[in-house]
Design a protein around this ligand. Structure first.
Ligand code: PLP
Length: 418
């Protein structure tokens, strides 16, 4: 199936006389006829359902759909994009371990990696993703367990050279984890270029309608855990009656460990109703992404031609620094355009307050056009040098193009710039 078709049909196929639409299975638990039946489920939890703290049929239908779109062998949803990134790392790293990440990543992920994980004894070593292979490889230490990057960084809009990063990671026998939130699998499939694990904030384009926060981890099934140092996957788990994930579950080891160990213990699993709403968003994802890309290119061209802005970043623009990488990895550059206003911080805020159609909101990738000033909101906690490392200028406005008519969006920008 092509993506448009997978968006509608992957993950749920009704049998005769069953509901056409994926049903909302709103139940914490699942009924069994006997204690013996329940015992058998605990022996192999992949055979049947136990408890909605870590599995639910509605959410699992969505997981299957997202795995199909990304070209992975399995997926697990989580209560937020932050939780997906956290569990993706915790599934590999414990206290004393480290991982390498590019600094061009979402501000919330910077907080999580640089501060909260540090308190748990896990070190994140930041590198410039545009640096050469040798420089990035030199950042690895003994005990470094993964390499992390963002396909199309929020809000810097830098494009990750996925093949380069996969080469570096694999030479070090660690997996490449890619946050693919902005492109979604419609515009980029990182697994094709060597990514091993893909994470998303589904709160953005996947949900699409600003209805609910969520995240997902997708496993390519391609990484050879025995080739590296991953005892959590390759030796017995005493909390799970001594099974060894790679032995029992083979290629599914990583994603099953994430669910049966981490999600079981943390319980940050979405509700059935959230899964239902996410599915509804996914049904139109391919169609929406196409329009976002068309309209955002028009908006980026408009900004580029204006004498009232300092600079515009949109990898879809031929003059953009990341245009060549975008052409290689992205089918389109998404709906987000970053623009640096003249007059720095004050200029940015004046422009934003003058917009009438585009709403000021702490969100991006919404169906409605919206704007945000990273330096005073999502990236407020970052120091100036962290801001610069994340590619954010004090005058940067993140402009998220929605599905309104392009003429209305451009007219709003024009009057606000005036
Ligand atoms: C929003 C976002 C996150 C965090 O996701 P939440 O769902 O808000 O927790 C992570 N990565 C990227 C690229 C994001 O845009």
């Amino acid at each position: 199936m092509k993506d448009e078709t997978k968006c509608l049909h992957a993950g749920y196929t009704p049998k005769n006389a069953e509901p056409r639409v994926v049903p909302i299975v709103q139940s914490t638990t699942y009924y069994y006829d006997s204690a013996e039946d329940i015992g058998a489920v605990f022996d192999d939890p992949t055979k049947s359902l136990i408890y909605s703290r870590f599995e639910n049929p509605t959410v699992m239908a969505v997981e299957e759909k997202i795995a199909a779109l990304e070209g992975g062998i399995g997926a697990m949803c989580a209560s937020s994009g932050q939780m997906a990134s956290l569990l993706a790392v915790l599934n590999l790293c414990g206290a004393g371990d480290s991982f390498v990440s590019t600094s061009h990543i979402y501000g919330g992920t910077v907080n999580l990696f640089a501060s909260t994980l540090k308190k748990l004894g896990i070190e994140c070593i930041f590198v410039n993703g545009d640096a050469g292979e040798d420089e990035i490889a030199a950042a690895f230490k003994p005990g470094t367990k993964a390499l992390f990057g963002e396909t199309l960084a929020n809000p810097a809009l830098t494009v990750l050279d996925i093949e380069k990063m996969a080469k570096i990671a694999h030479a070090k026998n660690v997996p490449l984890i890619v946050d693919n939130t902005f492109p979604t699998p419609i515009l980029c499939k990182p697994i094709r270029y060597g990514a091993d694990i893909v994470v998303h904030s589904t709160s953005k384009y996947m949900d699409g309608h600003a209805l609910q926060v969520g995240g997902v981890i997708v496993d390519s099934g391609n990484f050879d855990w025995h080739g590296g140092d991953f005892p959590g996957l390759t030796s017995p788990d005493p909390t799970y009656h001594g099974i060894t994930y790679t032995e029992t579950y083979g290629k599914m080891a990583y994603i099953i460990k994430a669910r049966m160990q981490l999600m079981r213990d943390f319980g940050a699993y979405p509700s059935a109703h959230s899964g239902f709403l996410l599915n509804l968003g996914l049904e139109t994802l391919a169609l929406r992404m196409e329009r976002y890309c068309q309209s955002a290119l028009r908006v980026a061209e408009y900004f580029a031609a204006s004498d009232r802005i300092a600079s515009v970043s949109y990898p879809g623009l031929p003059g953009d620094r990341y245009h060549t990488l975008a052409q290689k990895y992205l089918k389109g550059a998404s709906g987000v355009v970053t623009v640096v206003l003249q007059g720095g911080r004050a200029g940015a805020i004046r422009f934003m307050d003058a917009l009438k159609l585009a709403g000021n909101q702490v969100h991006v990738a919404d169906i409605r056009t919206c704007v945000q000033h990273p330096a005073s909101s999502t990236h407020r906690q970052l120091t100036d040098s962290q801001l610069a490392a994340a590619g954010v200028d004090p005058g940067t406005v993140r402009f998220s193009v929605g599905l309104e008519h392009i003429d209305d969006i451009l007219e709003d920008i024009e009057q606000a710039l005036r």
